[in-house]
Design a protein around this ligand. Structure first.
Ligand code: COA
Length: 465
């Protein structure tokens, strides 16, 4: 019995900042943002929006698009690293908002939790809910997994140009119309690390960006090794002589803190996969130099990062590798479509890989490619850290859903704000009743904290029609 993603819906706040304005304000070359990071517009949550309202908006769209009634849904999970409360789970806020529209207690049976593990938790939530259905526990109901986040970094930090905001809601069912997950291949890896973390009470993360980038690549590669063993054992992939697992995966969708990171992750994985294959000779002759080796190939991440000669040589080699015809062919055919949304929305933490999936489907469909039976490999990463590699196959009825995907239309008319206004929003000095935009047909935050002590910290929302 296939189980997987039946449909998906997105919600992206309409406010954004433009990369050229940002570059000018921070004294950065705009080319660095456009090409070095791969960002043109960063979505920003308005003063009356938060990760819970964005999650409820994505969920409501999913329910409306599919004529779902509360009784059709057995579980609602929210994965986020922008938690609003140390105890109260974000899905409870979402249930509260949805019940304002569908009626009191209409979703009381739809249990669930808020899941946290930086950007990878949505993938764990999907896996667990898929297995809930596979195990026959769902009583013919569907599960909804919502990934929702606001990526917010300190003003003036290197992370500031990798911000963004948005949510994706995924409908998980038997016999899905969009994508069926491959069974018995999902692979995870976990390690206690401090590459990116946000101590309790702190609104922005503490980040070791370059360390985090390398950790992401290593952990996804390790999870891919286990995936490979499982995929071969389960028989979904038969590896011939001189072949790489990536030859058998039609599309690759990875965690996207920013667009360029996707390109770099692909380069890293391909180098690892191809190094021992005959095509490597071609690649090396096209590049014109051998692949550099660190002084201590068995060293730690710290020792590799401290090996500055190697790091420089390796970066140079990687850039040359990314210009080779072998890399470009794989990038254009297997990854490029998944990166388009990232460039105009920015980082969505838990939601970024799923926005990438949505982007892949929409833009490959527009190219006129027949997507039926194509396998997508996913490389999900969360700092702290854990990676998950899994795959799924696009189903016969995908066209009915993909043909109505339209990123521009689904985001809606966007409003650019000045860097000065962005900085005001960033400082949280603008209150929920001082939003820049008038909300229409969506949930918004209308109050925080009641007038009496027993309502301290209460968050109240309404559906603005
Ligand atoms: N024109 C074009 N490209 C330029 C440029 C210019 N004028 N100046 C720099 N660049 C390129 C660099 O060459 C580099 O490209 P490369 O990746 O191909 O090497 C890229 O811009 C990034 O610049 P760099 O100086 O290497 O990094 P940074 O100090 O700007 O930091 C991050 C980048 C991602 C580490 C930082 O934004 C960050 O910490 N982000 C938050 C954490 C994160 O996203 N982690 C990811 C793992 S989950």
């Amino acid at each position: 019995m296939p189980v997987g993603i039946d449909d998906m819906a997105i919600y992206v706040p309409k406010l954004y900042i433009d990369y050229k304005d940002f570059a000018e304000a921070r004294g950065i070359d705009p080319q660095k943002l456009e090409y070095g990071i791969g960002i043109k517009k960063m979505a920003l949550a308005d003063a009356n929006q938060d990760p819970a309202s964005m999650a409820a908006n994505a969920c409501m769209r999913l329910m409306k698009n599919n004529d779902l009634n509360p009784q059709d849904i057995g579980r609602i999970y929210v994965a986020t690293e922008s938690g609003l409360d140390e105890s109260k789970a974000m899905n409870s806020f979402v249930i509260g908002m949805l019940e304002q529209v569908y009626g009191e207690s209409t979703l009381e049976h739809a249990g669930g939790i808020e899941c946290k593990f930086a950007c990878v938790s949505g993938s764990y939530a999907l896996y667990d809910n898929t297995n809930w259905i596979r195990a026959g526990e769902s009583n013919d109901k569907a599960a909804i997994v919502i990934v929702s986040d606001i990526a917010k970094y300190d003003i003036g930090s290197a992370g500031e140009y990798t911000q963004g905001a948005g949510a994706v809601a995924l409908l998980i069912k038997e016999n899905p119309r969009l994508l069926s997950f491959d069974e018995k291949v999902t692979s995870t890896i976990i390690k206690n690390e401090y590459d990116f973390y946000r101590p309790i009470g702190k609104e922005t993360p503490l980040v070791n960006g370059l360390y985090s980038n390398l950790l992401y690549l290593i952990q996804v590669r390790k999870a891919l090794e286990t995936y490979k063993e499982k995929a071969i054992k389960s028989g979904i992939i038969k590896l011939g002589n001189d072949e790489s697992i990536i030859d058998h995966i039609d599309y690759i969708s990875v965690h996207l803190p920013y667009r360029r990171m996707g390109e770099k992750a692909l380069a890293y994985l391909l180098r690892h996969e191809w190094r021992h294959l005959s095509r490597w000779e071609d690649i090396i002759s096209e590049i014109g130099t051998d692949e550099p080796l660190p002084k201590d190939p068995r060293g730690t991440i710290e020792s590799i990062l401290a090996d500055t000669d190697f790091m420089k040589a390796d970066e140079k080699f990687r850039r040359e590798f990314m210009k080779t015809k072998h890399y470009k062919e794989i990038f254009d055919s297997k990854m490029s479509s998944s990166l388009q949304a990232s460039a105009v929305i920015g980082n969505l933490y838990t939601a970024s890989m799923y926005m990438g999936l949505r982007s892949l489907l929409e833009f490959e469909f527009l190219k006129g490619v027949d997507l039926f039976n194509k396998r997508i490999g996913f490389g999900s990463y969360g700092s702290g850290c854990s990676a998950m590699v899994f795959s799924g196959v696009i189903q016969e009825n995908y066209k009915d859903l993909v043909k109505r995907m339209n990123l521009e239309k689904d985001i809606g008319q966007r409003t650019k704000i000045s860097i000065k206004d962005y900085e005001i929003l960033h400082k949280n000095t603008r209150k929920y009743d001082e939003a820049f935009l008038n909300a229409e047909d969506e949930f918004i935050l209308i109050n925080i904290g009641g007038t009496t002590a027993d309502r301290a910290g209460f968050r109240e929302y309404c559906y603005a029609s």
